[in-house]
Design a protein around this ligand. Structure first.
Ligand code: ADP
Ligand code: MG
Length: 503
């Protein structure tokens, strides 16, 4: 596996490097909100999933949802992080029309989950070999989501939908260990795979179930290493926060734009302002949303309506026992049990449904062949068509059937591609297609000999030449394969041709 190489951007005054830390908001997969019993289902009519607590009616009291706490602990364990038996809810005060309380209940000084670490698998966007790097997690805390202001339904009015108000979020904060745009996207991918495997968040980015704030700064080569050696953030540049990114592609585009913007400011003698920016995918630019508040602007204080959260170690241990196989463990098993490369194992275990599909295809079959067909043919087709695995026109059982036909010599790999295309077109099961279309490989040497004889007889000159130039045998193989409609067994064709041509 290749090593991580520095990512440098050439400026007018020399080289620059990137530093990023991400804050990911993952919505807890819970039917009820963090402090009320209101429902959380997506797409409900506006303001229908709102309890008196969520609407912040005077005198209402929040009641902590035990299930949400359990999911936060579960996620912390999945991130190999410290679980804090003592944590506390604080009020983060700010005014916004979609925040009727006038404050968000969050965890500031005492989060439920402390430091952890995840392995991030990176496939560089601009070529280069895949590699893995460790990204430190600073913390995970529980907090409420806000409602939504809707500005585009009416030219003269803004509407407020409080369905999302009070929904439980896990904010997962990374250390600034991320150094390239591809690493940032890969970090989110890995985090998403982990929470999906744990079942603690649906990870549906289009629905905003998982969204990332990307903090970007630039510095001169060597500065980051000084930061790592001392832990002193002053070695790094001033960061800007790119808010609410929910697509892997936009994350990378936004970072590239933002890095160049900051470099230009510094190189022309300016100073980067710490601010929150939004990415405009149409223009491919980031623009300022607001100057970044510091913690003291929010007047955090312990929420007097809620007691500190104390969880028992025994409960944490019980939750630990129910953890499923996580993506990294699954990848290790795929490498060991199926003999797959780290790369293929990584592709297949990046998402739980892909791994399950592969395991069904490979059951009792040639696993490497199965991995090739799943990752290249099937995923290639799905990608091209923009389809999800759940929309696949080919079931795992049928793809397995096709691989069985290749392995037992019924069809060649080449014919299998034709059968695959017919399966996609809905022509049925692989064995039936082979039968109906007469695609069985011809291993009957008598039949192959007949074709070989005819072709040699029709091409006496070529047959003479091949004796001196054995490399032209391929031409004969091609002719025989063509005459047999691709059905002749290639090994038998080669053997018979060599015997008859005397080479
Ligand atoms: P806030 O909520 O105020 O944005 P957090 O502590 O929740 O602050 O998150 C700050 C994020 O910014 C972390 O992911 C951290 O790693 C990252 N970060 C801090 N300093 C820098 C920097 N100089 N460059 C890039 N990222 C940074
Ligand atoms: Mg934050």
């Amino acid at each position: 596996m290749s090593v991580r190489t520095p990512y440098t951007i050439k400026g007018d005054t020399g080289d620059w490097e990137l530093v990023m830390g991400l804050e990911v908001h993952a919505q807890v997969a819970s039917n009820a909100k963090l402090f009320s019993g209101a429902a959380t289902n997506f797409g409900a009519d506006p303001n229908c999933n709102v309890s008196l607590v969520d609407a912040a009616m005077p005198g209402m009291l929040p009641v902590i949802n035990r299930f949400c706490v359990e999911q936060a602990i579960r996620t912390g364990l999945g991130l190999k992080a410290q679980i804090n038996t003592y944590s506390r809810f604080d009020r983060k005060n700010y005014f916004y029309p979609d925040l009727p309380q006038g404050y968000q209940i969050s965890q500031f000084a005492h989060p439920i989950v402390g430091e952890g670490e995840i392995e991030v698998d990176v496939e560089p966007a601009h070529g280069g070999e895949a590699y893995t790097f460790p990204c430190r997690i600073e913390r995970l805390h529980l907090e409420q989501d806000a409602g939504k202001s809707i500005h585009d339904m009416d030219p003269n009015a803004t509407y407020v939908d409080l369905n999302r108000s009070g929904v439980a979020l896990m904010e997962i904060v990374s250390m600034p260990d991320i150094r390239t745009p591809a690493e940032a996207a890969s970090y989110v991918k890995k985090l998403r795979a982990i929470v999906i495997a744990l079942g603690t968040c649906d990870g549906d980015m289009e629905k905003g179930n998982l969204r990332a704030d990307v903090n970007v700064s630039v510095c001169r080569p060597g500065q980051y290493e000084k930061f790592r050696a001392t832990g002193d953030f002053s070695h790094l540049g001033t960061r800007c926060e790119l808010k609410n990114m929910n697509s892997f592609r936009f994350i990378q585009q936004a970072i590239e734009y933002e890095a160049r913007r900051q470099i230009e400011i510094i190189e022309t003698g300016g100073k980067v302002d710490q601010e929150t920016r939004l990415f405009d995918p149409v223009k491919g630019e980031t623009r300022s949303m607001r100057s970044k508040e510091d913690a003291h602007d929010y007047r955090y204080f312990p929420d007097p309506d809620l007691l500190p959260l104390e969880v028992e170690q025994a409960w944490i241990e019980e939750i630990r026992k129910t953890l499923p196989e996580l993506p990294d463990e699954k990848r290790g098993r795929f490498e060991a049990d199926y003999g797959l490369s780290r790369y293929d194992a990584g592709v297949l275990t990046a998402e739980a449904d892909k791994a399950a599909y592969f395991e069904e295809v490979a059951k009792g079959r040639d696993a490497k062949l199965a991995a090739n067909w799943v990752t290249q043919e099937l995923f290639g087709y799905l990608n091209k068509e923009g389809l999800e695995l759940s929309d696949s026109p080919i079931s795992a059982a049928d793809l397995g059937g096709l691989i069985g036909l290749i392995s037992d010599g019924t069809i060649s790999g080449k014919i299998a591609k034709d059968v695959f295309a017919r399966m996609i077109a809905g022509e049925g099961k692989p064995a039936d297609i082979v039968e109906k279309q007469g695609l069985k490989q011809v291993t009957d040497t008598g039949a192959i000999e007949k074709v070989v004889d005819e072709i040699i007889a029709a091409n006496p000159e070529q047959a003479e030449k091949v004796k001196d130039k054995p490399q032209t045998l391929g031409w004969f193989v091609g002719q025989v394969m063509k005459a047999s409609g691709g059905k002749a067994n290639p090994k038998a064709v080669n053997d018979i041709l060599k015997a008859k041509l005397g080479i």
